[in-house]
Design a protein around this ligand. Structure first.
Ligand code: MN
Length: 204
């Protein structure tokens, strides 16, 4: 059972103009695909060959296989990312998720300010996540391929890829404009709300 390279959950031009079809053609069709291909090459013929992607990520971390960890975690992170973007995104969280966001940050506007501060301040190539931690939500920055899957007690609800390959064709060096478009036009609150009740192994 090889790791699957998934289709985008929308058309390649569905996020334009915030994220262009050209960006997604490279980001999904080249970067993500390469991470999946390298993961499958690395597990072929090993005891990880028939494991789930989440199991592969955790096993690679546990045995200190940095190459396999980077490629497998990036495979999972990107599938999670495509679902964190939505052509019908933006808007507001509802229900229990709205209560959690308001409780942790004060209001949706306060959440957006804090998320933008964290995402633009993430010095590394990395990721900015909204996570469930205990009975609360929090924003977490990770470097390189690092993922909440290997952070005990933190379950990913949403993510934003802040590697330059995620926005450079559209925004050049203006990461803040990319984060603004994410928060105002693309953020998939429905996906985050569904993740509240899922096991970490079954988020995507
Ligand atoms: Mn990426």
């Amino acid at each position: 059972m090889a790791v699957t390279f998934p289709d985008l959950p929308y058309a390649q031009d569905a996020l334009a103009p915030a994220i262009s079809a050209e960006t997604l053609s490279y980001h999904h069709g080249k970067h993500h695909k390469a991470y999946v291909t390298k993961t499958n090459d690395a597990i072929k013929g090993t005891d990880l060959e028939n494991k789930s992607l989440v199991e592969i990520v955790r096993a690679a971390k546990a045995k200190g296989d940095q190459g396999l960890f980077n490629n497998s975690a990036q495979s999972w992170n990107h599938t999670f990312l495509w679902n964190s973007y939505s052509p019908n995104g933006g808007g507001e969280p509802t229900g229990k998720l709205k209560e959690l966001v308001d409780s942790a940050f004060g209001s949706l506007d306060d959440f957006k300010s804090k998320f933008k501060e964290k995402a633009t301040g993430n010095f590394a190539s990395g990721w900015t996540w909204l996570c469930l931690s205990g009975n609360s939500v929090e924003i977490l920055n990770t470097d390189d391929a690092d993922t909440p899957l290997v952070h005990d007690g933190k379950k990913a609800l949403l993510t934003l890829d802040v590697w330059e390959h995620a926005y450079y064709l559209d925004k050049q060096n203006d990461r803040g404009a990319y984060v603004d478009d994410f928060l105002n036009k693309l953020i998939n609150w429905d996906f985050a709300a569904q993740n509240l009740d899922k096991d970490e192994e079954n988020l995507v």
